[in-house]
Design a protein around this ligand. Sequence first.
Ligand code: NI
Length: 232
Amino acid sequence: MTEKTTLLSRVLPREQLEPHLARAVIEEKLRNAIIDGRLPSGTALRQQELASLFGVSRMPVREALRQLEAQSLLQVVAHKGAVVAPLIGEDAVDTYDLRILLESEALRQSIPRLDADDIAMARHYIDQLEGDNSHAEIGRLNRLFHMALYAKAPNQKLLRLIEVELNEEERFLRFHLSSMGVGKLTQDDHRALADAAAEKDVDKAINILTGHLGKGLDTMRLYLEGHAANGN
Ligand code: NI
């Protein structure tokens, strides 16, 4: 059998896994490679190739792929099998409309209940965001900042929905800030949002958030246009 050099085999060097650890190890290796961009959107993850790279049967591979599919990191496409999921698509506008709805409601519920410690925590994340950060770290801190302001909302299901959206944004930021030449994001919106929360001014906070998320949408549009222009 001839050995083709595929992207998968370059990213995940051949190794022999212990059968009882195989599912967890394969899942972890694939997840890391998807999150940090070594396996880009659209990369095919073939069960047989993975099984042969790790010297295991297809069963643990199939299980690992199923876990990653449940985390929305890959999708199963007809006739192609499992491929790394697209990061964002035409639904970016819908996503942002939905985020404005969800996060405005979270601010409405949470702001009256925030205390001085909560505000200090949010400001602490802004200070960290102003430092020198990797793009991965910017995504993480941005998520933590926003969740700090929403955290006191009593509706836990609302918070879980918001966290899914923020995870998606985190993945976008860590992949694409550098490719767009964005080194640093301005923290003006975040500061204004923390100030409004400290003043318990819910309407003002919602206005700032709406503008802030709108800028995020513009950034995604810019990225998508650039991406289309590059022919990939
Ligand atoms: Ni933000």
